[in-house]
Design a protein around this ligand. Structure first.
Ligand code: MG
Length: 247
């Protein structure tokens, strides 16, 4: 079942979303060569709790941290450690928060210092994929319209679209129906209605779409070792289109 949220419920999701938005603004200031992913995680947790919210991922399905931090060929779900970021890497940070019974979910990829043109382009296109998906969100369209828009944008640049992980509905649970794949056919899937809330999150690989999970049971990596980028917004469907809650 896909929930239709009342204005009051959307307001609560929006509060959770503003906290994760501000968490990533803080992370953007902190991302630089020499900072460890554990330091980022600690500051993010401190910040989220200072706003009266709880980290949305910590403890969920057994995930041990506040942030998912995925470096270079790591696609998503990287676990923070004492590993330090180095110049020229790209790092994807995904964060959730939970407040007043509702979740917000948001992710961005960042450059550590200066990165290659190829990596810069990968990040720009992944963000453009997210924008293209969001543009398809309006009452009467279908989930497949979002999926097809993301896929065609990514593949027009020769990139690989991860199949194993998808976007999702969001509300009182972090992951609700519907699933929102980053690949698919326009005109297919559930009909979009005002009041639905989605986390749309393209995970785009510079090379092959194929991925595997590391022995830690969490970290998803590209099979060919090439970098991956990840951008995610939580949005709500309005009468005429959508409103991004994480900006
Ligand atoms: Mg998500």
């Amino acid at each position: 079942m896909i929930h239709i949220r009342s204005a009051g419920e959307v307001e609560k999701i929006s509060q959770a979303c503003q906290i994760v938005r501000d968490t990533l603004f803080l992370m953007e200031e902190m991302v630089e060569p020499g900072v460890s992913t554990l330091e980022l995680d600690r500051e993010a947790e401190k910040f989220i709790r200072s706003k009266g919210a709880e980290p949305g991922f910590k403890g969920l399905y057994g995930f041990p941290a506040t942030l998912c931090i995925s470096i270079e060929d790591e696609v998503v779900h990287g676990i923070p450690t004492d590993r330090k970021l180095t110049e020229g890497e790209i790092v994807s940070i995904d964060v959730g928060s939970y407040i007043h019974g509702f979740y917000g979910d948001h992710a961005k990829s960042f450059a550590v210092g200066s990165v290659s043109t190829e990596k810069k382009e990968l990040m720009e296109v992944t963000k453009a994929c997210l924008d293209a998906g969001i543009q398809q969100v309006k009452p009467g369209n279908r989930i497949g319209d979002i999926s097809a828009a993301v896929q065609s944008k990514a593949e027009s640049h020769g990139y690989g679209v991860v199949r194993e992980l998808v976007g999702h509905g969001i509300g009182t649970k972090l992951h609700e129906e519907p699933q929102i794949p980053n690949f698919g056919e326009a005109g297919k899937g559930p009909k979009i209605q005002a009041g639905m809330c989605f986390a749309i999150e393209p995970m785009i690989n510079m090379g092959t779409p194929d991925v595997f999970t590391k022995k830690d049971g969490w970290t998803v990596c590209t099979n060919d070792g090439k970098p991956s980028a990840h951008f995610e917004h939580t949005i709500t469907v309005t009468e005429t289109g959508s409103r991004i809650l994480t900006i």
